[in-house]
Design a protein around this ligand. Structure first.
Ligand code: SF4
Length: 248
């Protein structure tokens, strides 16, 4: 993993995501290296790693906390900020740099609402802070029940079992976590439901959107069936039936 420290000029980026006013990305690049990642296009904005493979580099915006503080001071209205939209806020480098934590602390100081979406149980490191913040929504991305699928498609992201354990800890801390089953990878709906249902208050679903990026890999694994619209529709229907009104 190539890690390079950079300085950021801005922290808050306006968002078109429903209910989210701004997104914050303390890192450019993502050590989880998901093979289907929608954020691969961000590589062209990398200052030092525009030719590196996605997942092999991270540019660390070491000053993002102070930039964020300055921007929040100048804002007339509070809003909701999401960490993150084009990286994972709790990817492995967060263990050392703690930039996500610093951003959360500052958002909390200014009374902003916060949404977090991650694939990593590292989020539970910040339980003390998360439980002290006012309006915070924490989601875990868990796109399959099958850790073999995870190993192929999300090679450096934490195992599914560790994410489920994180959900449990978040729930026990009173945070009502939610799950993003996205993209819907090869999965067994009943097994995924059994894993998640005890711990989640809300479920969101999304199909695999960038199929061309993983077509050859899926074929090699015998997962061609999961590249079709029919698979996406059937999987969605099964998960909606199982999770009922938890699906939004
Ligand atoms: S965790 Fe998210 S941002 Fe990181 S590689 Fe995976 S899909 Fe992309």
């Amino acid at each position: 993993m190539q890690v390079t420290e950079i300085t950021a000029r801005t922290a808050l980026v306006r968002s078109k995501i429903p209910g989210v006013h701004y997104v914050i990305n303390p890192y450019l690049g993502c050590g989880h290296g998901c093979r289907y990642c929608y954020a691969v296009f961000m590589r062209k904005y990398a200052r030092h790693h525009a030719r590196s493979a996605w997942g092999a580099f991270v540019e660390v915006k070491v000053n993002i906390a102070e930039v964020l503080r300055g921007e929040l001071r100048r804002k007339r209205q509070r809003g909701r900020a999401l960490l993150c939209s084009v990286c994972d806020p709790y990817q492995p480098v967060e263990l050392k740099y703690r930039l996500t934590r610093q951003c959360l602390e500052i958002l909390g100081e200014f009374g902003w609402e916060i949404s977090i979406l991650t694939r990593s149980p590292l989020v539970t490191r910040d339980l003390d802070l998360l439980t002290a913040l006012g309006d915070v929504s924490v989601g875990l991305s868990i796109p399959t029940d099958d850790d073999r699928v995870r190993q192929v498609l999300e090679p450096n992201a934490p195992p599914i079992g560790a994410r489920v354990a994180a959900l449990q800890r978040l729930q026990q801390a009173g945070l009502s976590p939610w799950v993003f089953i996205a993209p819907m990878l090869p999965l067994n709906p009943q097994r995924l439901y059994d894993l998640l249902a005890p711990y989640v208050s809300r479920v969101m679903l999304d199909p695999l959107n960038y199929r061309g990026q993983v077509r050859a890999l899926f074929k090699r694994q015998g997962w061609d069936y999961a590249l079709t619209d029919a698979y996406a529709a059937e999987t969605r229907a099964n998960l909606e039936r199982l999770f009922g009104n938890k699906v939004r």
